[in-house]
Design a protein around this ligand. Structure first.
Ligand code: TEU
Length: 634
């Protein structure tokens, strides 16, 4: 189909990309998705939007949208409700480790690979199947390892390749698996490829990065860095600009260069030959940039918080490059791939992961991490009722040949319990409710280190306590227009260091079992009360509940992994659904509010697990329970 300004919104919705873009615009404007089902709205032509939105949707946006729509004519994946094909990674519970903050065996205050090895009993007892390590490769740590200097060397603070091999062998001996974090949209500026590209423009690596001509006072376009400022740095040595979507030391690779794609496939195979069970692939949807690197639309920049993203979040060669990489590496091994894909929605995510596509196995969508109209840096109380809308939509409309990760935390986001209850009340119940959701919806649960302890945010009292380059750059920007206290308050709302404070293993300060030295980042405020030792001793702890709900998922695998999903009830406060398979039906009932709520009376069952003492009356605040359905309600 050729889209033009005379195309109607209904026609645009037929495009996977168009559907995702319209969903995101509506979500940002806090309008219901069903708005487009209105025939009047559906018949609106694109050319009418600037007038109807008083210029909010501008001509620049329409041009960018039409370019995107006409660049990818792939039809939507049909949602035929067939049973999912079995796969080991669909049955697995994943656990993300941020190695820098997990366990320090050497005593230098930085977590390391031998330290992880000392905690494998703990992880096996938790019941997780696959460990995902955030980057462990040699790095100057400008972005804590997401700026790789040598893909085939272990970061000195973390240990050696021999330490890695020993860890992997130990993980495998326990019947567990391990995946690494693949960061190949960019490398460190200290990587040999970049140094060669910079100093030998006519050499073999001269075209490995995105270099553009210009003058030192005018970057090639208006693209922002995710980490504040321009996405361009001028290099007098080469007399050109180089692109970095992230920090100034994270240089974007030129994926249009076949030699880059060949070298990436080769380093992937090097790790797969070493026995690694797959990869989480950092910002992998950003690898294909629009030809000419055109200026970004002000509207998109406002909606997405970053100017230029429409020209690379779903680029013209993305599917082609993913398919090529899979054919030249992953497809030759029995491994799992999960793409980290900021900006990718349900329909474009299906095109990147459906089993018929020969691309990735899963992608992370991040729309559940903030409620509509909010961004990570906003200081607000997250309303859990949004999850009923979000997951009902995804569970019913994500095609059967796709599989969604189920997560609420990672190393880039504040702790979810603190977003839901900034006051800290009901923290244990909310932690258990979120774990119940993750382990009873259809998809792959991804727990993040410390979530099983119910860890919350840490209040950073001064910028000197913060380590994250994103936060430090943002603080410098904020201080141009606000005082230190206001800038810190903004930082404390969304800082990634909330999730990077080291794991507390015991109640003994100052290292709390994480280190015998001085931790590289301050320990969490929760360390004295929410540590693994205290959790082990408390039968009502989040840790014991996490073990139980993971075990439940394994016990009722036919229903909770591969089974059907049927939402129940109409109350917005209660998320109730059935999971049925293998002759078993389970009811999951969650009160998403801090006030009592009416129960779902449609089915009865025997309670298998609950996050509180169940009563006969209304549901308690944040009550979560799983029942084995014995009979339909009369
Ligand atoms: O994050 C990219 C990404 O998804 C961003 O939106 C992310 O949330 C970040 O906070 C920027 O706003 C990945 C990694 O998870 C992150 O740790 C790295 O800093 C980034 O890529 C660059 O490698």
């Amino acid at each position: 189909m050729n889209y033009t300004k005379d195309s109607t919104l209904r026609q645009v919705l037929q495009s996977p990309l168009g559907s995702d873009v319209i969903s995101r615009v509506l979500q940002s404007l806090q309008k219901p998705l069903r708005l487009v089902d209105n025939p009047v709205v559906g018949n609106l032509r694109l050319r009418q939007l600037p007038g109807l939105t008083r210029g909010l949707v501008d001509e620049e946006f329409l041009c960018a949208l039409l370019t995107l729509l006409n660049a990818d004519d792939t039809p939507k994946i049909s949602v035929i409700p067939t049973p999912p094909a079995p796969a080991w990674w669909k049955e697995s519970v994943f656990y993300q480790i941020y190695p820098r903050s997990f366990c320090d065996a050497s005593g230098d205050g930085v977590g390391d690979l031998p330290g992880i090895r000392t905690k494998l009993d703990y992880l096996q007892a938790l019941g997780v199947d696959v460990l995902w390590l955030s980057p462990i490769y040699d790095s100057p740590n400008d972005d804590m390892g997401y700026d790789i200097r040598d893909y085939q060397k272990i970061m000195a603070e973390f240990g050696t390749l021999e330490d890695f091999d020993a860890l992997l062998a130990d993980v495998h001996s326990r019947g567990m698996r391990l995946i690494l974090d693949l960061v190949v949209n960019h490398t460190s500026d200290e990587h040999a490829w970049f140094q060669s590209s910079l100093h030998a423009p006519d050499g073999p690596y001269g075209d490995y990065y995105l270099w553009r001509d210009g003058t030192p006072d005018a970057p090639p376009n208006n693209w922002d860095s995710f980490f504040s400022g321009s996405a361009w740095t001028w290099y007098p040595e080469r007399g050109q600009w180089a692109l970095h979507l992230f920090s100034k030391k994270q240089m974007d690779l030129n994926w249009d260069n076949a030699a880059v794609r060949r070298d990436v496939a080769s380093l992937v195979c090097w790790w797969l030959d070493r026995g690694v069970d797959g990869f989480r692939m950092d910002v992998i949807n950003l690898i294909s940039k629009a030809p000419g690197l055109p200026n970004g639309s002000k509207l998109v920049g406002g909606l997405m918080g970053i100017t230029g993203i429409e020209h690379y979040f779903y680029g013209p060669h993305l599917h082609e490059y993913l398919r090529e990489l899979c054919q030249n590496s992953f497809d030759r091994y029995n491994v799992v791939t999960v793409g980290e894909t900021p900006g990718i929605g349900r329909e474009t995510g299906a095109l990147m992961t459906h089993e018929s596509r020969g691309e990735l196995d899963m992608i992370f969508n991040f729309d559940q991490l903030e409620t509509p109209g909010h961004a990570r840096w906003d200081d607000y109380a997250y309303d859990l009722r949004y999850l009923r809308t979000y997951y009902t939509d995804w569970q019913r409309r994500y095609p059967a040949g796709c599989w969604m990760p189920l997560f609420f935390e990672n190393h880039d986001n504040p702790r979810m319990v603190s977003k839901v209850r900034p006051d800290g009340v009901w923290r244990t119940e909310v932690s258990k409710l979120l774990l119940t959701l993750q382990c009873t919806l259809r998809g792959a649960p991804f727990l993040y280190q410390g979530q099983e302890l119910g860890l919350g945010n840490t209040k950073f009292a001064a910028i000197s306590e913060v380590r994250d380059v994103e936060a430090l750059n943002l603080y410098a920007e904020l201080r141009k227009t606000m005082d230190d206290a206001a800038a810190l308050a903004k930082l404390n709302a969304g800082c990634r260091d909330h999730a990077r404070t080291p794991m507390p293993w015991t109640a003994q300060g100052p290292g709390y079992g994480f280190t015998g030295g001085t931790p590289w980042l301050r320990m969490p405020d929760d360390a004295p009360t929410h540590n693994a030792e205290a959790a082990e001793a408390d039968a009502a702890s989040v840790l014991h509940y996490a073990r139980a709900v993971i075990a439940l998922r394994r016990q009722y695998r036919e229903a909770l992994v591969y089974g059907s999903f049927t939402p129940l009830g109409r109350s917005k406060d209660v998320f109730a659904y059935l999971r049925a398979g293998g002759g078993q039906t389970l009811l999951v009932e969650l009160n998403l509010t801090g006030t009592p709520a009416r129960r779902c009376r449609q089915v009865r069952g025997r309670c298998l697990l609950a996050n509180c003492t169940l009563g006969e009356g209304r549901m308690r605040p944040y009550e979560a329970a799983v029942y084995l359905v014995t009979e339909a309600a009369r």
